[in-house]
Ligand binder design. Sequence first.
Ligand SMILES: Cc1cc2nc3c(=O)[nH]c(=O)nc-3n(C[C@H](O)[C@H](O)[C@H](O)COP(=O)(O)OP(=O)(O)OC[C@H]3O[C@@H](n4cnc5c(N)ncnc54)[C@H](O)[C@@H]3O)c2cc1C
Length: 401
Amino acid sequence: MEFSISPQMQKTLADIQQFMEREVYPLEAEVAANGYRASLPKLKAARQKVKDRGLWCPQIAKEYGGMGLDLMEHGMVSSVLGRSLLGHYVFNCQAPDAGNMEILIEHGTPEQKKAFLEPLLRGDIRSCFAMTEPEHAGSNPTWMSTTAVKDGDDYVINGHKWFASSADGATFAVTMAVTNPEAPPHQRASQILVPTNTPGFKIVKNLSVMGHVGEDHASHAEVRFENCRVPQKNLLGQEGEGFAIAQERLGAGRIHHCMRWLGLCERAYDLMCKRAAERELAPGKPLGTRQIVQAWIAESRAEINAARLMVLEAAWKIQQLGQRNAREEISCIKFYVAGVLLNVLDRAIQTHGGMGLTTETPLAAFWAAERGARIYDGPDEVHKMVVARQALKKYGVQVST
Ligand SMILES: Cc1cc2nc3c(=O)[nH]c(=O)nc-3n(C[C@H](O)[C@H](O)[C@H](O)COP(=O)(O)OP(=O)(O)OC[C@H]3O[C@@H](n4cnc5c(N)ncnc54)[C@H](O)[C@@H]3O)c2cc1C
């Protein structure tokens, strides 16, 4: 395994770190005070500066206007961008758009690429991914009620979705709908590109997540499709490939998320150490002189370092052997790094006392935004089952889903 960083990459990471400190961190207070939508002019100005510096869409191939980084390189960039909840958006590699870009590059027709991918890559529009339904367990993604029925040249979509992240203000929704109810479970659904201005596409509301309704890119919507009619040419890939395409986006997506979480961990760790050094319990007795605080710092350092190596190993394995052969590693990092993130955030908040719960630091926002890390893209329990299933198979035990 080769984890060394080339001099060129080191320079890129240093440039991005500097950009984050100068241009992105200062926007956090602006967004916290005024909301995402009111801050869009400033966020867009920062995005233009990223483009001007040649750092736009780090994960996208050069022929599509990105930096052309491979998975491991983008993982390293992701851990720098992840230090702020705004980082990925400012560099146009935010979920769910990044995943939608990937699947459009892989499966989009020339017409779909022109209409949906190109403006997404330019950062002119945003998108969302609508799969989970309130009426069914999202942890079993083959189980859904949304249907797309052929009628003339169109599909007519009916269904109910929720947790469609960033649907508020999105131009299109990559929508999972059952196109062949008689097929085996993994071949029943397809992915269809639905412009959000199509009659019958309705955002019911932005869900309040951990007390935050959010808006624009930073939101999660409940959506209804009511006789929503789109042309059949909006089918992505082949009919029945919806589940397979969804799986494709998840492998690399989990590396991106995990490295992003490690960025949050590093920022929380810095804040924790700073507070431990500066906050005095009594004159000349900073918090950091207490052994329990030292233990929080040491345990956090060890967990972050271990997690980083695990994620890089998983990325390396995906690059070398393909996603199918890295399932165990991908599932391991998904639950392990989510746990490390929440441990480190909790310790950093505890170190700050009451202040840790306020907006005086970004820690409370990190917690509210990322408690979901143990749930989205597959809850911990499902990933643990995948890992245990692989292990137990060797001992003759079949673990069913
Ligand atoms: C912040 C956030 C953003 C999201 N963004 C999107 C999005 O953009 N698009 C989208 O379509 N969806 C999105 N989701 C939905 C997400 O994918 C689902 O929440 C997730 O798949 C879990 O489904 P569920 O919420 O229905 O929980 P359920 O499936 O009802 O599971 C509930 C709990 O049961 C336990 N559990 C589940 N399966 C097992 C098992 N096999 N063994 C033991 N225990 C188990 C787990 O603890 C789980 O948390 C998002 C969710 C969150 C929180």
